[in-house]
Design a protein around this ligand. Sequence first.
Ligand SMILES: C[S@@+](CC[C@H](N)C(=O)[O-])C[C@H]1O[C@@H](n2cnc3c(N)ncnc32)[C@H](O)[C@@H]1O
Length: 520
Amino acid sequence: MHSVRRPVRGPPDHLNSTGCRIAYSEGKGRGVYASRDISAGTLIEISPVLLFTQNEYKEHGQFTVLDHYTFKWPDGRMALALGLGSLFNHSESPNVSFQLDTDTESIRYVTSRYVAAGQELYIFYGHKLWFEDVDRLSVVGRGEEVDDGWGGLSGVGRDETDASESSTWSVVDGKAGDGVHVDDLPFTRVRIAPDDDEEDKLDAIRLVDVWVMDIADSRQIATLLRWIRQNNLEDSSLSHLKRIRKSANMSSLLLAPLSLFPEPPSLPDEMNLPAPYIVTVPRNAALTQVSLKLKNTMWPTVYAPRKKWEPEPWSKGKVRWAWEAMQMVVREAKLAKDKGDLPIVAYVPPAYDADAQDLAQIHSAMSAHDTRQSASHPLRHAVLNLIRIVADYRASVGAISETPPVDLSSDPVPSPPVPISSVSSPEPASSSRNGSHYLLTSLTLFTTHEPCIMCSMALLHSRVKEVFYLIPMEKTGGCGGLACVPRLDGVNHRFGINVWKEAEGGVSSNGIELDEAVDA
Ligand SMILES: C[S@@+](CC[C@H](N)C(=O)[O-])C[C@H]1O[C@@H](n2cnc3c(N)ncnc32)[C@H](O)[C@@H]1O
């Protein structure tokens, strides 16, 4: 360890609203510690960086103590993390991953698993350490491997994504924004709807009933759009439709699907609005110009000439996000098994895209494991436990639309932390608000095992965006195994289903297999 002398009065108090404090770490100098339980996927720190030119570093920096704190920035300069960033110590099994954000010249630190209060928060520096890792038995000297000439935390600068130990998987190596070819994706997509009909004829167009309202005074539109947002009427099942239909002297506003509101949604009294009425509109976006023309006669529809069931483009950053989630569920499932429960875990991280995060209003990851055995309760499936945790979270933060976006000056985890072992409250939180329908809107659920039919139905009702699982359950699964719930005729929401390929990125079912008759 380089000499970090203790100041006379110990480490400074550090007020960090995301749960970190500074303390001394045996043999490592100062370190960053969790001051409370922190759930996986929590953004705990954004550190601005100070950048030095290569010359400044070569001529000065490398001969100073700064050499222990600087690392290579993607553009070749050397960087020093301010804030807490420079105080994270190294571990071979880190609990924090980080991402370099070149746009804002900062680094974002996110917990990669649940961290209990009092534990140290570690990142992974890379394989070329210049000090003796006190937690490791063998000594790895700085000169023992090929040096890239930069030293410091030089492993960090390899790419723009995080540098956790797992970044050696080629599918995610490179820049976060780079695309991944569909054939290289580590998962396969289960087809949800038949793709035989192009909906190019009027009678082939699949329909859905929605509530609509006419607005004579166009000045009311902005107020109503705000009201729709606040009342959570933005259902993803209607995202293929434009919100407003204009005619010569009248605008009509699409409110919500009938499937969610059998009764007309109640509108703000003070605006003196006409009563909503029912209109039948296309259920899907238009895939061809012919179908667009036909659909537009019913309601202005989005043109999405994407090949049907062709997966949306995935970037390396997003694959890494999914990969970390899959690693997380498998790891947690093994822990659950060690505790005597079934090794089934469900996990919802914050959405990858900022837009989806805004829509979902979930800014910290939540996970749950199957507690049927420890709770002696037949309904404590991992997915149901997780949905209840999300409901509790939503209830604890109050109105969904009032949840603030994540902001390091405020607490991004307003609810109590939710370790996988914390599922014990007997009753779900209930809410009569419109938002109670939308527990998982825009969110992706990762799970070790294909959810059973009951859980798949619960996911459908929760409006989950998509599901990833590793282990298909042919005899009990509701996402392609025994049945495919979102493919059923008449369901009012469809969610995507993806099956992680066994052992892709090292995510393997070894040790978490179940008897095929068990329903997950
Ligand atoms: C970026 S600094 C981390 C903060 C540092 N502990 C401090 O008090 O300023 C890197 C230095 O921390 C120490 N360090 C980090 N992780 C360590 C580990 N696993 N074992 C021993 N020393 C470690 C080494 O001295 C290294 O040069």
